[in-house]
Structures are given as structure tokens and as C-alpha cells.
Design a protein around this ligand. Structure first.
Ligand code: HAM
Length: 481
């Protein structure tokens, strides 16, 4: 059957089409099945683990993020969309949602609810970053926050939720983990770190020279090649943890072992937001990391912690999985592929004016998850998988076909149609192209007889049934009874 001919000359307009902004993207129907699968999983896990849904506005006072995320972070310093609104108020498109969730927690008196309060969200975030693969200026995050629980079991649950989010979608991932201790731990650590980096100052990149003065913890986040050997040999924060932070971390590792969640200790993982305390982690897609297999226990290298200390548990050694040397890893990893990031933020509620309240959370980036699903061609449920095509010929038939379509919809039988088309040939061809097994055809004769033709699109065999009985007849055919 010949298709209607496309116009030969491409349409030329004198008007310019406005273009998509840099770093922004449209999500088209062809990708919808991935987004639905990912949203479905995010919601399913939220329900299963008892997270209540929260939605906060996209616009917030800019100072919320300056205070929460930190004035000297890349996010606030370089990437935040800030502008004055018509009232002269300095507002910001949210670069992340943890700060907003904590603001809402305080503002709605959730401190008075039974603790912990577990909240989840889904929505767009904005960072005016340099666009590149997997990095957009508007992107979507899901997020899970547990507020009001200082126990490492909360950290473990947050990691578990994020881990299951990926693995249950079929994505092999691993967890990279570190503890950056309390503010006091870091004060002690930073003295050593700064001394060490000062001794290597001449070899540092320009950015690191600034970090050394302004925000020494960020030295460990440097991606410049020249700084890597210095970073690798830097003092390790795990060695500077006080007993309490150390116990917290050890206990978290035990929970993860119990849950069989593979993890790698990454002593340079500090995260790009200032609100973190103790646990920090990221989840990475497996192929970009050196090894899928958890490795054997390592010997006690600098910073490695090999046994549970003090009152935490018995003397069972903890298996610490170390990463391969940094050089090998960096070679295989494109920039910016962390699928999600999170950690504990015990000081944030207090920082934003609430009663001191410990908390932890995680935020998976959704575009990166969708990208992984597509890249690996992982199966996700098809949407709108039509089982019937409603075809019509003539004005009266079209009216009946509209009614029939409604009858099918009420029975939740997905049907396709082309009501704007008059040619039966075209409609049947469309049904064939979409591989729809049955067409329901109404022509003038069927209108008069109050019948419908059911056509098996494979064999071409047709039968005529009473209009009122057609729904139950097709239900039998497609096995819906
Ligand atoms: P984050 O690491 O800044 O953490 O972002 C979390 C995830 O959002 C990243 O791992 C990545 O998948 C995605 N993401 C970040 N920036 C972009 C971008 N420009 N384009 C595409 N995807 C991006 C946070 O936002 C924290 N609020 C996480 C958290 C929740 N910590 C505690 N609770």
C-alpha cells in the first residue's frame, strides 16, 4: 500500500524558530517509557520504605542555598541561577532540594512529629554548569531524606534505597563511600591536610592554590591530572575520626555487609556541598569502575580501617574494599558519571534555624539513570501497547467508532485510532505498522446493522459481531476474560 506522498519542497519560513537554551533538553514521547519506569521505581521504593512525598517550590530565597550548600562551593559560587524578582528579592532556581526539604521540615513544624521524618521528592533542579555529556542546566532529581535519626542504620537505609533503585532497574552499580567526620574531626584533619598541601604548593593547579586558602577539603575533589598524585598521597580523613565518628562509620559498614551491598572506600570522596558530616557516598555505574567484584580484604594501608572498634561489636574484621589505583580508574571514567550522591547532614537543620536534628539522604539524578537504561538497552515496560485498532469509514461510522473507543477505554483496553483519516486502507496499514493484532471496523453497513467487524490482522479473517457484544468478544480474543 502506498503512503501519502510527503511534500517535495521543505517548508521555508522567514521567521526564526526560537532555540532550546544551552544545557536544557526536551524529553520526547520515545523516551517516556524510560522515565515512567524510573519514576515508578522511585515511587515504589518510597512507598516500601515509608517515605512521604514532599514537593517544594522551584524558586526559593537565594540565601537558603548560600547558607545550606555553602558560599564557597561550586554550586553556589559558579552554578546557581540567582536573580532579583520584581520586588527586588534575591531569589534562586533551586540547584538541589535537600535545603528546601529542611526548610519545609522546620517551617511546617515537622520537628514535632514522631521522628524520624522520612520524605521523598522528584523534580527539576537548575545549575548553570558547563553543559557536557550527562550534565545539564536543568535536570531532574529524585531524593530521599531521613530527618531526625542519628543512627547509622538510617545511613544504611538511604544507601540501600539508592542501591535498589538502580539494581532493580537492571543497572549494575557500586557504592563509593567515605566518612568526613564531624566539624571537629575536620578541623584536626584540615591542619594536616593544609600542611601537606603547602609542602606541595608549587605542583598544584591554580584552582587548588585557591582551595588551599579558601576551602581545603575541596582539594580532594580536584580532577586536574597534575594534582592526582598529590591527592592520592594526601593524609586520609578516616585516620582523623574521633571515636564516635569512627564507630558510626564501622557500624554503617556492618549494615552494608549484612545487606550484601558492595562498596569501595574512597578516601578522596568529599562531595561538593558543605552541609555534609560523617557519611558521604556516591553510586557509580559498574562499567566505568575498575572492578565489579568486591576484592579481598586489604592490608592496613594508610587510612584503611580493618576492624570494628570499641563497643560497636565483637572483633569480627570488616572487609574493606579498596579501589584500584586512581590512574587506572580515571582512564576509564568519563567525567561526571556519578549516578547519585548523598550523605549525612547533622548540622543543617540547626544551620537553617531549627532545633539541632541529625539527618541523612540521597538524590539520584534521573537523566543519568535514563541514559544508562538506554545505553544498555535494558528492557522497560512498553507503554500504550495497543491491542486493538478502531477503524471507521464514513461520517456516521466515525460517530459510532468514537463511542466504541470510549467503551474500550472504560474497560481499560488500550486501543489506537486514526479518527481524522477517511481511508480504510490507510487505517489498516497503520494498524499493521503498529503490529496491532485486531482491528475493529465500522462502515456504513455496520452502522445500519448495529454491528462491528473484528479483523484478525495476521490472517485477515473477519467476523461480524453485534455492537453491544463487541467488547466482550474482543476481551475473549485478547485474553482479558
Ligand atoms: P549532588 O551530588 O549535587 O547532590 O547531585 C545528585 C545527583 O544529581 C548527581 O549524582 C547527578 O546524578 C545529578 N546531577 C547533579 N548535577 C547534574 C547536572 N548538572 N546534570 C545532570 N545531573 C546532575 C545533591 O544534590 C544532594 N542534594 C544530594 C543529597 C540528598 N544529599 C543528601 N540528601
Amino acid at each position: 500500500m502506498k503512503k501519502p506522498e510527503a511534500p517535495k519542497e521543505p517548508y521555508k519560513s522567514t521567521k526564526k524558530t526560537p532555540q532550546l537554551l544551552r544545557g536544557m533538553r526536551d524529553t520526547l514521547p520515545k523516551d517516556d517509557k524510560y522515565w515512567r519506569a524510573v519514576y515508578g521505581k522511585a515511587q515504589e521504593l518510597a512507598d516500601a520504605y515509608g517515605f512521604g512525598r514532599i514537593d517544594t517550590p522551584i524558586l526559593e530565597e537565594a540565601s537558603l542555598f548560600t547558607r545550606a550548600v555553602g558560599r564557597q562551593t561550586d554550586i553556589v559560587e559558579k552554578e546557581m541561577y540567582v536573580f532579583e524578582d520584581k520586588d527586588g528579592e534575591k531569589i534562586s532556581l533551586r540547584p538541589e532540594a535537600t535545603a528546601s526539604v529542611v526548610r519545609a521540615y522546620i517551617q511546617h513544624g515537622m520537628l514535632n512529629l514522631p521522628q524520624p521524618v522520612k520524605l521523598w521528592y522528584w523534580g527539576p533542579m537548575f545549575r548553570h554548569d558547563r553543559p557536557q555529556a550527562g550534565r545539564f542546566r536543568q535536570f531532574t532529581q529524585a531524593g530521599y531524606e531521613i530527618i531526625g535519626d542519628d543512627s547509622p542504620v538510617a545511613d544504611a537505609q538511604v544507601i540501600l534505597v539508592a542501591y535498589k533503585f538502580y539494581t532493580e532497574l537492571g543497572l549494575p552499580v557500586n557504592v563509593q563511600l567515605n566518612s568526613i567526620g564531624t566539624a571537629e574531626d575536620r578541623t584536626r584533619y584540615k591542619v594536616e591536610l593544609v600542611n601537606y598541601y603547602r609542602a606541595n604548593r608549587s605542583k598544584l593547579c591554580d584552582n587548588c592554590k585557591v582551595r588551599l586558602v579558601k576551602n581545603p577539603m575541596r582539594l580532594l575533589d580536584c580532577k586536574e591530572e597534575g594534582c592526582q598524585p598529590i591527592k592520592e598521597n594526601a593524609p586520609r580523613i578516616l585516620e582523623f575520626l574521633a571515636e564516635e565518628s569512627r564507630k558510626h562509620f564501622m557500624s554503617l559498614l556492618e549494615y552494608l555487609d549484612e545487606l550484601s551491598i558492595p562498596y569501595f572506600l574512597n578516601h578522596t570522596l568529599v562531595r561538593g556541598l558543605d552541609y555534609y558530616t560523617k557519611t558521604v557516598f556516591e553510586i557509580w555505574p559498574e562499567p566505568f569502575t575498575p572492578k565489579a567484584e568486591p576484592v579481598a580484604p586489604v592490608d592496613a594501608g594508610p587510612g584503611a580501617v580493618l576492624s570494628v572498634s570499641g563497643a560497636v561489636a565483637d572483633e569480627t574484621p570488616i572487609v574493606i574494599k579498596e579501589k584500584e589505583p586512581k590512574e587506572a580508574e580515571e582512564a576509564k571514567m568519563p567525567a561526571q558519571v556519578a549516578l547519585c550522591g548523598g550523605g549525612r547532614y547533622d548540622l543543617l537543620v540547626e544551620e537553617l534555624g531549627g532545633r539541632p536534628t541529625p539527618a541523612c539522604g540521597v538524590a539520584p539524578g534521573i537523566e543519568r539513570a535514563v541514559q544508562q537504561l538506554r545505553m544498555r538497552q535494558l528492557a522497560v515496560p512498553e507503554i500504550n501497547k495497543h491491542e486493538l485498532f478502531v477503524a471507521q469509514l464514513g461520517e456516521l461510522a466515525k460517530r459510532k467508532a468514537l463511542v466504541l473507543f470510549e467503551m474500550l477505554r472504560l474497560e481499560k483496553i488500550p486501543a489506537a485510532e486514526a479518527f481524522s483519516k477517511g481511508s480504510l486502507k490507510f487505517q489498516l496499514e497503520a494498524a499493521n505498522e503498529k503490529k496491532i493484532p485486531y482491528a475493529l471496523i465500522i462502515g456504513q453497513k455496520e452502522v445500519i446493522d448495529k454491528t462491528v467487524i473484528i479483523r484478525d490482522m495476521d490472517s485477515g479473517i473477519q467476523e461480524t459481531v453485534d455492537f453491544q457484544k463487541v467488547v466482550s468478544a474482543v476481551k475473549r480474543k485478547i485474553g482479558r476474560e
